[in-house]
Ligand binder design. Structure first.
Ligand code: GLT
Ligand code: MN
Ligand code: MN
Length: 386
């Protein structure tokens, strides 16, 4: 029996907003009390987490005075020191305050756009003070319900202006954060700009300094749009842009459920963990999820422990998949043709040779692809009978 006990070396992190989620939803008031971030740090450390991530206002209230801010940060830093917990990622809340009701970087009002940019600068200062290395941008309010209100081209231009300004500030201050953009198709806006990880990857190339900008994909977000999350993460890895990742659970075509990692679509979660582990992703495994609204605070920590446990179980399943003789024999058979002649690249000679090549179309068409057998072996593996 393997050991599924989380340890700091596994680099599991939680947003302060995740275990601190009070169980509010659009139809109901909170079901849990507000949590002190210091308590979250201590409880997560006991469970074996590596660190916590935060928005500026998860720690420092929107309207705190400079003296209040300093006191809060001091106590928080003490908890980090006592527990050895890290803050690998920081981000900004650009969505809760009503000033952002029509967007932050993409608000029609230039003063709101400037205010949002100023808020990020101050939040970057806080993140740097806490030792964060990654800075996430999730534009939850960057979108529309009324397309007559805003040109999507203006929105992209304004988004680019803010990100270029903030990255220059980041470099100028010597913070050297890697910026990670997080896509979401909708919610809380009717339509959010740059709605998938693929959109973000293309947009990054239009920035002044694309080299230190990557993505922070979230399992729930591509899944909400009925897309294959693992394929998006693979594209980010292929582009050298997987800077961070938000892990959770989600049923397709629903509101953003942010469920416990591994609680839904276990096969999808398995192939995601396998991809991360097989490709040597060494960043934090960040859980951006929250406990059911019905949970009390003790059950919130069952939720946190469950996220980490499921990851470790799936990691062990990935290891078993990679050494399973029957599965590997099928994969070997499927790949037996090796590389295609086009893999060595174009030359006139290669083109002529390919044009002249004879293919046995019937044999190629009738080749056996035992995907039913292969998939059932995966199901057996995941259901624990293998
Ligand atoms: C919010 C959102 C997440 C983002 C967080 C970072 S905040 O909980 O649902 O997907 O990652 O801003
Ligand atoms: Mn997220
Ligand atoms: Mn989400």
């Amino acid at each position: 029996m393997s050991d599924f006990t989380p340890k700091p070396k596994h680099k599991f992190t939680f947003g302060l907003w995740t275990v601190g989620n009070p169980g509010r939803d659009p139809f109901g008031e909170p079901t849990r009390l507000v949590v002190n971030p210091v308590d979250s740090v201590r409880r997560l450390a006991e469970l074996g987490a590596y660190g916590v991530n935060l928005h500026d206002n998860d720690l420092v209230p929107f309207d705190a005075s400079p003296a209040e801010r300093d006191l809060i940060v001091k106590e928080f830093k003490k908890a980090l020191k006592d527990t050895g917990m890290k803050v690998p990622m920081a981000t900004t809340n650009l969505f809760t305050h009503p000033i952002f009701k029509d967007g932050a970087f993409t608000s029609n009002d230039p003063k709101v756009r400037a205010f949002a940019t100023q808020k990020v600068m101050r939040s970057m200062d806080l993140g740097a003070e806490l030792g964060a290395e990654t800075y996430v941008f999730w534009g939850g309010r960057e979108g529309t319900e009324v397309d007559a209100s805003k040109s999507p081209l203006d929105a992209l231009k304004w988004m680019r202006e803010s990100l270029n300004f903030l990255n220059a500030y980041n470099l100028d201050q010597g913070y050297n954060f890697r910026l990670a953009l997080e896509a979401k198709p909708n919610e809380p806006r009717g339509d959010i700009y740059l709605s998938t990880t693929g959109n973000m990857l293309a947009f990054i190339e239009t920035l002044d300094h694309p080299e230190n900008v990557g993505v922070n994909p979230e399992f729930a977000h591509e899944t909400m749009a009925n897309l294959n999350f693992t394929h998006h993460v693979a594209q980010a890895i292929d582009a050298g842009k997987l800077f961070h990742i938000d892990l959770n659970g989600q049923k397709p075509s629903r509101f953003d459920q942010d469920l416990r990692f591994g609680s839904e679509d276990q096969k999808g979660a398995f192939f995601l963990v396998k991809l991360l582990e097989d490709t040597g992703y060494d960043g934090p495994r960040h859980f951006d999820a929250h406990a059911y609204r019905s949970s009390d605070i003790e059950d919130v920590y069952n939720f946190a422990a469950g996220c980490m446990r499921s990851y470790l179980i799936l990691k062990e399943k990935a290891r078993q998949f990679n050494k399973d003789k029957e599965i590997q024999a099928i994969l070997k058979q499927l790949r037996k043709g090796g590389d295609s002649p086009i893999a060595t690249g174009y030359s006139k000679g290669a083109a002529e040779k390919l044009k002249a090549q004879d293919f046995d179309v019937e044999a190629l068409t009738n080749r056996s692809l035992p995907y039913e057998q292969l998939d059932q072996l995966v199901v057996d593996l995941l259901l624990g009978v293998r």
